[in-house]
Design a binder for this molecule. Sequence first.
Ligand SMILES: C[S@@+](CC[C@H](N)C(=O)[O-])C[C@H]1O[C@@H](n2cnc3c(N)ncnc32)[C@H](O)[C@@H]1O
Length: 356
Amino acid sequence: MPRERLCLRVPKVCGQHGISLATKLMIIDRLLEVQTDANFVYIPLIRQPSAEELAELQVQVPDYLLQLQMFPEKRKQSNTVMELLEGHLPPHLMASLPKALDVIGDIAVVEVPTELDNHKKLFGAAILAAHKNLRTVLAKAGAVSGDYRLRDFEVIAGEPRTNTVHKEFGCSYQVDVAKAYFSPRLSHEHQRVSSLVQQGETIVDLFAGVGPFAVLIAKNHIDVKVYAVDLNPDAVELLRTNIRLNRVENRVFPLVGDARLVVDAKLTGVADRVIMNLPEKAIEFVEVACKVLKPEGGLVHFYGFIHKPDSLDSLKARFANAVANSERRVDMFLIAKTVRETAPYTCQVVLDAEII
Ligand SMILES: C[S@@+](CC[C@H](N)C(=O)[O-])C[C@H]1O[C@@H](n2cnc3c(N)ncnc32)[C@H](O)[C@@H]1O
């Protein structure tokens, strides 16, 4: 029988992302069928999203709308993680169950609080039972660290692997989270930057990873050149696979090495647009971005972290100062905004700067 539910309406192009986000936030009503029409995807919700969840929706799918809608029931119903664990976990631990999970291809990535340490396999099994599209559950086993920005994982349920194929905005990516950085939480940024690219541009992605900016840009624009640099040879190997998978061999050019050395050797003065997604260190590479831009200048998408009480304005000032020290000037900041909260009091932010 059809049921009326609060739903998240997102533009069709963001449909998969909206479903992943609603799954991650655990607000999707999995007993009802997602609906689509020519322009939108309608995702049934089990409850009103909280203020923080609304803020995340605003960042990730800014064109979303909440509305009431009728949804048909799914034929085969599976229980939620909470329902599956009810009676198997002491009540005080039920409250500690993580409220969100990241979905990368058919892998769920979760942060298991220490008090659930002895029950993590049970938790992982419940996730697999509740989400039939998933095959593996990985628990984060440390912070992102090192030059390659990797973290350790523990397989807590399902197939013992860390590689999968992730789909995002019509592109497929071979990903191995143990070998190369990838975050589905940045998909909105991948799409936003791609949508700003103009015909005929040369783009340099200084910290390309497995290619979510570079491949999407090349997929969406036939008349561009994207140089995609990364220090991590495994990331560049996956990037090469992704270039082939998405048939953008004639537009994306992978380069392995330290961005400073690669730019000096091959990419000085070539770019209309530079992407700098290495938030903890990007400020040290502003000089490199200035070098890679064409003499007349161009655009830089700069990702950084802000640790409160530090502010966006102080990051803008540091960025502008680093540009000035590289014999260039920030003509204007087109965008300066928070992309996501990464920890209490820490945000990832983006500055889009026009540099001359
Ligand atoms: C935060 S990840 C971003 C990857 C990708 N842009 C994305 O959005 O998924 C940063 C990447 O920068 C690479 N990296 C770190 N230091 C580098 C350097 N000096 N030169 C080039 N790449 C570097 C790391 O290996 C990592 O893949």
